[in-house]
Design a protein around this ligand. Structure first.
Ligand code: UD1
Length: 338
């Protein structure tokens, strides 16, 4: 079975390619390398023994997308990661985000609609829930007004897929709403490669731990949480990657109950920023230099998943703890700074 993974050289994409290849899928990656490195292919090969097919291609170029699907008529499924993901940048450059994240989605769906049968997995985000009224968050929690164009592309992306599936019975799709992905492959061969100053907590922690950054700013300790810092659901990237494979198999085996389904992908456990720091200090044996500063505008207090649906329906469950994931993030950080 040939599977197209767009953005397959990225953080979550590369880990998913590994899990797909481990399961015997033949993978072809499309990536424009705007936020990734071609050398990731060697990391994937080191782990799985196989270098996936790769096409350096910008999905915004519609004719190239058409040409790709002409040449790869045997692609039976697509896992679509390729997208821009910096919240702040999306506020500055909304059209770039709508073009990158929505335009490319439309081009791919158009190609899949031509097929007799196609399976499609979409990278969505818990950001669609905003500050949910109830914890843990179930899939039927209301989608809130998006805080940023980035968040809006995830909401609109889901709507575009739902509308398309409604009129296209041959198209079967699943949107996976990720909570906070983190960590790196246990082999140390692939991991997160943030360009510039990381915006996300875990790479900022490990970069501070290794001395690349002086200090971590903890954005606020006056939230209504037990220790005053925000709570998130940190999901290990390998667990998250495996969720994509089971979701794809569900569609390919015709096990889905409707042709568009949505699942939360998290651990079900909320951890505070201070707990994440403590877990780093434990696995690294180092004290982390951090300082409490003002809240970051737009941050929500708390978000963690109710994973019952993914557990029962997909038969998938996160296996790794925050501490284990942090340990792999730290091993990776030390390796890339060697
Ligand atoms: C962010 C995005 C979200 C996206 C997700 C992908 C925002 C507002 N939201 O979520 O849309 O889907 O990344 O992973 O950017 N923190 C610090 N100091 C730091 C960095 C973070 O204290 O230097 C805190 C934050 O306040 C937050 C937690 O760590 O409480 C996690 O932050 P982050 O990793 O940026 O993820 P989210 O904000 O949850």
């Amino acid at each position: 079975m040939k599977v197209l993974v767009t953005g397959g050289l990225g953080f979550i994409g590369s880990h998913t390619v590994v899990e797909l290849q481990n399961k015997g899928f033949e993978v072809v990656i499309i990536d424009d390398c705007s936020n990734s490195d071609e050398n990731v292919l060697y990391g994937i090969k080191a782990i799985t023994g196989k270098k996936p097919l790769f096409e350096k291609l910008d999905l915004k170029e519609k004719h190239k997308v058409e040409d790709f699907f002409q040449r790869y008529q045997d692609v039976a499924g697509v896992i679509h990661f390729a997208a821009s993901k910096a919240v702040g940048e999306s506020v500055e450059k909304p059209l770039l985000y709508y073009e990158n994240n929505i335009g490319t989605l439309v081009y791919i769906l158009k190609e899949l609609c031509r097929k007799n049968k196609a399976s499609f997995i979409f990278s969505s985000s818990c950001t669609v829930y905003g500050q949910a009224d109830k914890m843990p968050i179930t899939e039927d929690a209301p989608v809130k007004v998006a805080e940023s164009p980035y968040g809006n592309t995830k909401q609109m992306g889901e709507e575009i897929i739902a509308d398309t599936c409604k009129v296209t019975p041959s198209l079967n799709a699943i949107a996976l709403r990720y909570f906070n992905p983190m960590g790196a492959h246990p082999s140390g061969e692939i991991g997160e490669l943030p360009i510039g100053v990381p915006q996300n907590l875990v790479p900022f922690i490990t970069q501070t731990g290794i001395g690349l950054r002086d200090q971590l700013s903890v954005f606020g300790d006056d939230y209504p949480t037990p220790d005053g810092t925000c709570i998130r659901d940190y999901i290990y990237v390998v667990d998250l990657a495996k969720a994509h494979v089971v979701a794809l198999e569900r569609l390919m085996n015709g096990k889905n109950e409707s042709n568009f389904e949505v699942f939360n992908v998290g651990t079900g456990t909320g951890s505070s920023v201070l707990e994440a720091i403590k877990s780093f200090e434990k696995v690294s044996g180092r004290k982390l230099n951090y300082k409490i500063v003002d809240r970051r505008p737009g941050d929500i207090t708390s978000a963690y998943a109710d994973t019952t649906k993914a557990n029962k329906v997909l038969g998938w469950k996160a296996e790794y703890t925050l501490e284990e994931a942090m340990n792999y993030a730290w091993i990776w950080e030390q390796k890339i700074r060697d």
